[in-house]
Write a protein that binds this ligand. Structure first.
Ligand code: 6PG
Length: 226
């Protein structure tokens, strides 16, 4: 809440990229209930850091999840919500269209990366974050903002922010909960594992802040500082 109000005070708006997953969903529910009257909703602009390649009405849609859990319940103007047009059967065209709307919104030139005030991310049990999965081609992207990333094990393309876009943000926050994340979280935070196999490890904001929100179960295998 502090970052939202601070961004509005200094830049007149707060730009946030939401993620999918069960942990963010709990946060969205909470914000819709507890922060309905506290947050500067009319100055908040919502984007998605990743999306499934499905229409917005699909139960798998990250947009739909955020809409049902939070956006439909708070006073945010419809024009402040920028979802990925993932109903387009051409995944590459969807990614390109979203990149174009990001460039237009942030008014960045080719070669520059927009600076989100906050990008929310989850952590998958396999170490993926956004839709950057282990061993996928998308991990190597250096110039695009948004990509269609083929994920063989899911037999689908996923739409995702790229590392250069994520790492340009003013703040990146991971939300991680549950026992099934304990081992992977230890690897990502405390072991010398390769980033190609643990994509969350390559999230390293250039001059922004990196924050990890963990519950006790997810943090249960971390070693304590001595
Ligand atoms: C998605 C996500 C993905 C998610 C992690 C963690 O579209 O699935 O954006 O990166 O955040 O898989 O998900 P959970 O919080 O459900 O474990």
């Amino acid at each position: 809440m502090h970052v939202a109000n601070e961004s509005v005070a200094t830049r007149g708006r707060f730009t946030i990229a939401l993620s999918g997953g069960s942990t963010p969903k709990a946060l969205y529910n909470l914000l819709a209930t507890n922060a309905r009257t506290i947050l500067p909703w009319d100055r908040m602009y919502f984007f998605w850091s990743d999306e499934r390649h499905v229409p917005p009405t699909d139960p798998e849609s990250n947009y739909r999840m955020a809409d049902e859990a939070m956006l439909s319940k708070v006073p945010v103007p419809a024009g402040n919500i920028y979802r990925m047009p993932a109903e387009n059967p051409d995944a590459a065209a969807t990614a390109e269209a979203y990149e174009t709307s990001l460039r237009k919104f942030f008014q960045t030139k080719a070669g520059e990366f927009p600076k989100f005030d906050l990008i929310l991310l989850g952590l998958g049990p396999d170490g993926h974050t956004a839709s950057l999965f282990p061993g996928t081609a998308g991990l190597k992207e250096k110039s695009r903002l948004v990509i269609a990333n083929p994920v063989e094990k899911l037999k689908t393309d996923r739409l995702s922010f790229t590392y250069p876009l994520i790492n340009a943000a003013r703040c990146v926050a991971f939300l991680v909960s549950g026992m099934d994340k304990a081992t992977v979280l230890r690897s990502v935070l405390q072991e010398n594992v390769p980033g190609e196999q643990y994509p969350a490890k390559l999230v390293q904001p250039i001059d922004g802040r990196l924050v990890w929100f963990l519950d006790r179960a997810a943090a249960s295998e971390l070693s304590q500082p001595k």
